[in-house]
Ligand binder design. Sequence first.
Ligand code: FHN
Length: 422
Amino acid sequence: ALVSSTLFAQKPESREQTRDERMAWWREAKFGMFVHWGVYSVTGGQYKGKELPNSAEWMMNRGNIPIAEYEKYAARFNPVKFDAAEFVGLAKQAGMKYLVITAKHHDGFSMFHSTASPYNVVDATPFKRDIMKELAEACQEQGIRFGFYYSQCQDWHHPGGMGNNWDKTIQRVSFDQYVRDKAAPEIKQLLTEYGPISIFWWDTPRDMSKEAFDSLHSSTGLQPDVITNDRLGKDYPGDHKTFERKIPPQAPADKYWEVCMPISGSWGYKKIDTDFKSPTTLIRNLVDIASKGGNYLLNVSPTGEGNLLPQSVERLKLIGQWMKVNSESIYGTSASPLPKLAWGRCTAKSVDGGTMLYLHVFDWPSDGKLLVPAIKNDVRQASLLAHGTEVKTRLTDLGIELTLPGEAPDPYASVITISIDG
Ligand code: FHN
């Protein structure tokens, strides 16, 4: 076998848990932080002073940068402003319940003290600190679930990794050797030496030998309840589906799904990145995704100094202020039972034998009248979540008509709760 069976022997009890058990906290959490961070942040994705196309973490590929040249960025990686507690505190302040960070992206650089590859943040940079260890500890201290992103196939540094077709100096070895010598031992190390890991996030699957698939797949058995996404390979659906950058127009059929999206235009820190999404877009994305039953994995990009740009910090804090008032309309909710709403979105929760509907009004009616279609059940009570003030309701043939105050309580999304029977 490619990898000795003892290396990834699944503990018999390891995956017996049902998927629903494993996913319970994730379904409740709804909102997580994605972090793309690596040596590409030293220049913000620029090479020889030039902007490269695509997301910054692809600079080695887009710039056809030879391995020996790219390694010089590692020798310059020294994020002295990095403070794990502060960083995790920002995620918590934003209302994010979990954090997934790139332990190794396609460039092959390990952002942890890898025992399988000296090309890592402790052994190959002046920083010499195990960033993954510091983040894992900070997440544990602050009650944030922690997980790793790992590029299992593409590795532009290892001579057996996939994806580097520009550096002709590489003395190629087999992909199976890359799995045996680097990917498998690194994944085992990440899943067993960094405390409880809640998520393992595969990326850019490619065809590989069954042995390689099996050895990588069985590694997730090293932490009994680690959640995996659907990007190990076509025969490995994982625990949830991943949509990227775009929100599905309708609620997908998948029981568990997420949308991962950069807060700006690039996953990795890009020196010139003018595509920061507005706070309105970000909050309404969170609401839209929750209204369809999904999770939002929102990505931020630490700079080469180890901090986040002010644009990201400001947005995370604004989302946090909105969540401070309205998070009950997101956490633990399920998809809307209503037809598409022209004025906003709806999430739902079963409470006291009935249903609580959370109406997120994006477009506040100027005449104070809001029709909630297709509700025939008796309304127990309706009120503005922000103030707790009661809202008058009237049952009509088309649904429930609400009479609202003149001013919307929130500029991004105003929440009205309606408690109905059944
Ligand atoms: O190529 C990667 C990309 O750099 C980034 O990590 C995204 C995040 O989902 N995944 C791949 C593109 O789908």
